[in-house]
Design a protein around this ligand. Structure first.
Ligand SMILES: *[C@@H]1O[C@H](CO)[C@@H](O)[C@H](O)[C@H]1NC(C)=O
Ligand SMILES: *[C@@H]1O[C@H](CO)[C@@H](O)[C@H](O)[C@H]1NC(C)=O
Ligand SMILES: *[C@@H]1O[C@H](CO)[C@@H](O)[C@H](O)[C@H]1NC(C)=O
Ligand SMILES: *[C@@H]1O[C@H](CO)[C@@H](O)[C@H](O)[C@H]1NC(C)=O
Ligand SMILES: *[C@@H]1O[C@H](CO)[C@@H](O)[C@H](O)[C@H]1NC(C)=O
Length: 360
């Protein structure tokens, strides 16, 4: 209930449109240019579900736009189970499960799924990895990262990654409790009113618990993420240059962009990392420390970067004790360089998964 109240309070106190400023460069901001600033709460169902679909028809409209899935999903609704050999039923069940998973990944359903704390999509000891960050173990952590990280549950001032708006299934393959899907997800950056599609490949090892499918292992790859990250940053920086350039004549767009990303992290820190969870003695200390940390490249979502800490900021309200260290000076066990050398990553993942995603 405490969590719920916090969400309501946050939703009401829309900080997003408040004047942005750079604390370490105290210039008074008169009125921010609002031309491109869109409140995240303008994301309505019609944006998410499209104008032609009726309510709740997201997954069917998605499947109708993807050639191969049409056959499968229409067959599934028009024929009884007995018409199919058991492996066909299994395939359909897995396909339905995977579509449901992706639908839950889309905002605002990801908000709801994130708030379940332990999503039933994951087994209790589920483990997986995401190419641009690192690996995640347990149902609670996976619920937070898979559904919470891109969600809009907690409003933050400045996010470097978008909110997932819709998806289109491109590829699907199933065999023997292994399912692979590849989808195009449309991401939306509210503060810039910017859309960018990213193709995500997701490998699942499924298990059946009490008759229901669950994810025991997953391997997620954001294809061409470096390029999506560059395109997004370039666009947002250009916008920032236009909007704030005259206020900060001696700062580059990149510096202002980094400053906003840092301020956002430090504001969330001040609100949620209290008592034993406190990482910085003050807002100013936080800003000063993070100003020495590199912004980071697209593959550095799990390294000692501003990018990593900005990704983690939305996680703090869920479990401050677990997540506050990630935005702190040490980066906790998430935003650090010590275990992420290229060779280490390659070596670790040659033995990480058990069972492997092999189906012969
Ligand atoms: C978004 O919502 C806010 C608050 O309701 C409103 O002031 C603003 O005009 C909306 N923007 C757009 C683009 O609809
Ligand atoms: C969005 O659509 C869902 C599913 O149809 C519905 O449950 C929810 O109330 C809608 N939310 C808003 C804000 O209209
Ligand atoms: C979520 O699951 C973890 C074990 O994975 C457990 O410790 C925790 O109490 C659960 N939380 C809720 C709210 O069910
Ligand atoms: C996803 O959303 C974007 C932006 O609103 C839109 O251009 C695109 O057509 C949508 N795609 C699907 C499959 O609904
Ligand atoms: C920007 O730099 C110029 C030249 O170094 C200096 O005169 C000016 O005061 C600076 N402006 C601000 C707002 O710091």
């Amino acid at each position: 209930m405490k969590l719920f109240n916090a969400i309501v309070a946050l939703a009401l106190a829309s900080k997003f449109t408040t004047a942005a400023y750079l604390a370490y460069s105290p210039i008074e901001v008169v009125a921010p240019v609002k031309r491109h600033i869109v409140s995240p709460y303008n994301i309505t169902n019609s944006t998410v579900f499209g104008t032609k679909g009726s309510s709740g028809s997201f997954s069917s409209s998605t499947s109708s736009s993807a050639g191969s899935s049409v056959t499968v999903s229409s067959a599934s609704s028009s024929k009884s189970d007995s018409c199919f050999p058991s492996n066909e039923n299994e395939k359909l069940e897995a396909f339905t499960f995977v579509k449901k998973f992706w639908t839950s990944f889309i905002n605002p359903t990801d908000d709801a799924e994130a708030l379940k704390i332990n999503s039933t999509y994951f087994t209790e000891d589920c483990k997986g990895r995401v190419s641009l960050t690192r690996d995640f173990e347990g149902d609670e952590l996976n619920t937070e990262y898979i559904f919470g990280l891109f969600s809009n549950v907690f409003e933050v001032k400045f996010r470097m990654v978008g909110i997932p708006l819709n998806y289109t299934m491109l590829n699907f393959l199933y065999d023997d409790m292994k399912a692979i899907s590849s989808v195009n997800v449309e991401f939306y950056i509210p503060q810039a009113d910017f859309y960018i599609p990213i193709q995500i490949d997701l490998w699942f090892v499924l298990v059946k618990t009490n008759g229901y499918l669950q994810i025991a292992e997953y391997d997620g790859i954001f294809r061409n993420f470096d390029r999506a990250y560059e395109e997004t940053n370039a666009y947002v920086q250009e916008l920032i240059g236009e909007e704030y350039g005259s206020l900060y004549p001696n700062k580059t767009s990149l510096e202002i962009y980094t400053g906003l990303a840092i301020e956002s992290i430090c504001e969330v820190h001040q609100e949620y990392c209290l008592g034993e969870n406190q990482q910085y003695s003050s807002y100013e200390t936080c800003v000063a420390f993070l100003s020495t940390v590199r912004l980071g490249q697209g593959f550095e979502g799990g390294r000692d970067t501003i990018f990593c800490r900005n990704l983690h900021q939305v996680m703090l309200p869920f479990r401050p004790a677990v997540h506050c260290p990630h935005i702190g000076p040490t980066g906790g066990d998430m935003c650090t360089d010590t275990d992420t050398s290229y060779n280490e990553i390659v070596d670790t993942y040659s033995t990480y998964f058990d069972p492997l995603f092999i189906s012969i």
